[in-house]
Design a protein around this ligand. Structure first.
Ligand code: UDX
Ligand code: UDX
Length: 467
């Protein structure tokens, strides 16, 4: 296989965009073209003002600025980019199926298959195809059979190279990854050469010891396993948070005490209103589906419990608001601070805030939302997508404001749903003064000092501590 001169990436989303921007920055001799069928998204990536790129990630605009137009390109001409490239990354979304067999559980591979067919149709030279999207184990097999049955003599090698970046720290994670995982056909000379070709791309900036190579199936399954383990830690600490509230223990103290055990480790032990994001729920559901398909009911049940616990945590948070506000929030103004699924991102997929808002709206609360990065149309789209009520009803019951103090003014309660740093810096005395009394705060991220709030006069609730 010749040296890579042109890389194409299909899918200019949260994974494809940042990953390719970093590859382009680190490999100036490689031309990287990111393509997407979404014209608006590509136009935003090409916006003259680099601050307008469609994805907010700390540090990303600087990386894009450095390479865009030099060796980083964004385009809607998918065919041309595929044709030119020796290596093609597939970074399209693989949402949970909303129809047919596996509905609500299996990953919808429609887009992946369309990409494979398009690659097969336009390729006239040999290609290495890299699965970047998270895929069910053994998807590479399906890709291979689609690619190889086109009959035009082009040879394809399929690699799995799952992305472990977390949103909000994408650039950091890409620049200095714990590991890069590359799975390929280790049993053939061509497979090993393809693996090495991708290793050489990453070796521009990642230590060779941190680049792991495995067979394709291990690589595909490792990605699902990593996300399942991470999500399981959050559900485990959240399960403990409910017990803490009943027993007088403080979940932060428990997390600290167990986290100092080097076998357990201190990361991912922050109790919260529930995990969100595009990956955890989708990947676990997918794992559950695969386990069931192989008849492994106990394995499926074990992992499904992680989701059940997370749904419970979101509902429990909303119900605690209702109960604390004297069992009714009907007609009461409740300010939600934060809508993104975590801080430092404008991504809202599966955010706990969506579900908390939905529960509160069911109770006829008057919900007002402020988030530093999420646009109002996204907030309404997220609610509409649930289908609980009509678009008109959602707009009548929920308001989005662009100023936090306005959100909290004359509110009965404030709920913190995303751990944005700026929330800690607010003048909470000022917020208290402008609220109706008794003034409640429900900190779904444990970012505020509950005792300070109580001193001001708030009735303050954190997660996993007695009031
Ligand atoms: C992530 C991960 O890549 C993936 O592992 C996970 O399975 C789903 O979410 P992400 O980059 O966050 O993907 O998704 P998204 O921001 O939705 O980007 C995907 C892009 O692919 C979209 O911009 C979409 O327009 C594009 N796309 C989709 C194509 O260009 N062609 C298609 O056929 C389908
Ligand atoms: C995750 C994985 O971390 C990443 O490796 C993978 O590539 C994609 O999925 P991401 O979803 O971007 O990344 O964010 P992550 O930081 O993992 O957080 C996921 C959710 O868990 C967020 O809603 C976050 O607030 C929540 N969380 C995380 C907690 O509630 N407590 C914690 O201790 C950590």
């Amino acid at each position: 296989m010749q040296k890579i001169k042109n890389i194409c990436c299909i899918g200019a989303g949260y994974v494809g965009g940042p990953t390719m921007a970093v590859i382009a920055q680190k490999c100036p001799e490689i031309n990287v073209t990111v393509v997407d069928i979404n014209e608006k998204r590509i136009a935003a990536w090409n916006d003259e003002n680099v601050e307008n790129i469609p994805i907010y990630e700390p540090g990303l605009s600087d990386v894009v600025k450095e390479s865009r137009g030099r060796n980083l390109f964004f385009s809607t001409d998918v065919d041309a980019a595929i044709k030119n490239a020796e290596m093609i990354f597939i970074s399209v979304n693989t949402p949970t199926k909303t129809y047919g067999v596996g509905k609500g559980m299996a990953a919808d591979l429609k887009w992946i298959e369309l990409c494979a067919r398009q690659i097969a149709r336009v390729s006239i030279t040999d290609k290495i195809v890299v699965e970047k999207s998270t895929l069910p184990v053994r998807t590479a097999e399906a890709l291979k059979s689609i690619l190889e049955n086109t009959g035009n003599g082009v040879k394809f090698q399929i690699l799995s190279n799952p992305e472990f970046l977390a949103e909000g720290t994408a650039v950091e994670d890409l620049m200095d990854p714990d590991r890069v995982l590359i799975g390929g056909d280790i049993d053939t000379e061509e497979g090993r050469t393809a693996i090495q070709t991708l290793v050489d791309v990453y070796a521009h900036w990642v230590n060779k010891e941190n680049i792991l190579t495995t067979n394709v199936w291990s690589s595909e399954l490792s990605k699902l396993t990593a996300n399942a383990f991470l999500a399981q830690r959050v559900s485990s600490i959240n399960a403990m948070s409910e017990l803490c509230e009943k027993t007088g223990a403080d979940v932060n103290e428990v997390a600290r005490a167990i986290g100092m055990d080097s076998r357990i480790g201190s990361k991912f032990l922050k109790s919260s209103v529930g995990f969100g994001g595009s990956c955890f729920q989708k990947d676990i559901l997918n794992l559950v589906y695969i386990a069931k398909r192989f008849g492994l009911q106990e394995v499926a049940d074990y992992w499904e419990q992680v989701i059940i616990m997370n749904d419970h945590q979101k509902r429990r948070f909303a119900m605690n608001i209702v109960e604390s506000l004297f069992n009714t929030v009907s007609g009461k103004k409740i300010a939600l601070l934060g809508w993104a699924f975590k801080k430092d991102t404008n991504d809202t997929r599966e955010s706990a805030a969506i579900y908390v808002a939905d529960y509160l709206l069911n109770e006829h609360a008057e919900v007002v939302v402020y988030d530093p990065k999420v646009k109002p149309e996204q907030i309404y789209a997220d609610l509409d997508y649930l289908g609980t009520r009509t678009e008109e009803e959602n707009r009548a019951l929920l308001t989005v404001v662009n100023e936090p103090y306005k959100a909290c003014k004359e509110a009965h309660a404030v709920a913190i749903l995303t751990e944005w740093d700026e929330f800690k810096a607010y003048d909470w005395q000022h917020i208290y003064d402008a609220m109706l009394k008794p003034a409640f705060v429900f900190d779904g991220r444990n970012i505020l000092d509950i005792n300070d709030l109580k001193r001001i006069g708030f009735v303050a609730h954190g997660i996993g501590m007695t009031q």
